[in-house]
Write a protein that binds this ligand. Sequence first.
Ligand SMILES: Cc1cc2nc3c(=O)[nH]c(=O)nc-3n(C[C@H](O)[C@H](O)[C@H](O)COP(=O)(O)O)c2cc1C
Length: 474
Amino acid sequence: MSNVSSISSKRIIQGGMGAGVSGYRLARKVSGYGQLGVISATAADNLLIRGLQNGDSGGELRDALGHFPNQDIAKRTIDRFYIKDGKANDEKYILNQFPSFEKINNAEFRLKNKDLEDTLVAGAFTQVHLAKRGHSNPVGANFLNKIEWAQLPTLYGAMLAGVDVILIGAGFPREIPEILSLFTSGNDGKMSVSVSDKKYSIVFSPQRYGKSEVKRPVFLGVVGNHLGVKGLPNADGYVFEGPIAGGHNPPARSKTLNDIGEPLYGPKDEMNFDLLAMLLKQNGGHQPYWLAGNYSTRLAEAISHGASGVQVGTPFAFSQDSGITTELKQQALEEIINGTAKVLTSARASPTGFPFKIFQLPGTVGTQETYDKRERVCSLGHLIEICEDAGGRIITRCPAEPVEGFVRKGGSPEEAEGRICLCNGLMATIGLGMPGEPPLVTSGADFTAVKELVGKHGMKYTAENVVDYILGKV
Ligand SMILES: Cc1cc2nc3c(=O)[nH]c(=O)nc-3n(C[C@H](O)[C@H](O)[C@H](O)COP(=O)(O)O)c2cc1C
């Protein structure tokens, strides 16, 4: 069962953490313990094709592909990417196709690369399918609305695997309920995308994946505060995520930055629980919600505010069950325990333009020294901007790509300044980076829970320890 009421009994949502930090192993464990485990659907294609190139030890990815409804696509994916015993560490990964688009008419366009589309669908399918193994509890999938071009195939792939809840942040995707209805009965989905300030729709056709009907998941909007209810009135429920949370943060109302380039959040950014109650009542009073951003020690407080529970990220990110490499976890945990950990909220780093939290770990691209040494390269394209060239053709650019190319395609040098390639950095963080590519670690800014967990269970604490810790605070 996956209706809203079955979800609203969950005290804990394990926050979706891209890319692959909340992979299927973490989500499976958390859902297995009866809370809501959430896979990150970001870069789902790369999680699959790079996992296959690493040899798919244990065979889970290939086994999941064996359940994919279109076996021709599953076999083709394995033929193209699987390397028995894995590629050598210093060998480059075979890249997926870079996204390119074709116009259908003056109002609609679609992804041109069918192989890329197939790996997005199959990638999200494998993550959800594997997260659902070994228990019968609901599983969620997290999406960034800003990754517009990959949204529909990834969403459909998760639905093909029977995802129970989808959580979408970084925007107000009001069209999602309608898209879910269309996908449920195997119809094309369309999503509005602005291309060089013109309104277009990107279209995705699910027919070739071999199922005429799929289950409709619950849709939770991940929004900054009570105003999210106005921005996204038709979600089934909400996660309200304050600016202390890891990953991307909501833009601050004030455009002023502090002296180290962080946005200054003020009273206008804060949650107003009285206004929230009023807005939810106007919507009919049926939407459950969870509070996120430094809530791992505050479940009782969240419940007293009328929330079903809390969404928690950081303590899960540094648990043994997350996708972050063992070495990086160890390095980060040492800094946390020694009290030297620093987390910066960068207004510049993310190509999306949203503030992004960066753990200042030596050797990662989030530090100036390593950033300056890295040669800019754009090879994955998850965060590209879609625009039109002078001839009306649809092209792409990314503020974190080499500046010259970005400017040639109409971007400005100021826009490119200080941008970090999140795609390549975040893949390296989970051990799926190109050789020599420095990792990038994002994290929430509060480590109270992590310190207590390490104090009690040691550096290798588990997701189960985190669940017990949060529930123990009621
Ligand atoms: C490593 C990491 C990656 C994250 N990535 C995402 C993401 O891709 N999408 C998203 O909606 N939230 C993301 N988040 C936010 C979490 O889902 C969660 O809401 C947040 O971490 C809660 O705050 P806390 O870290 O203080 O517990 C991320 C958080 C962390 C720590």
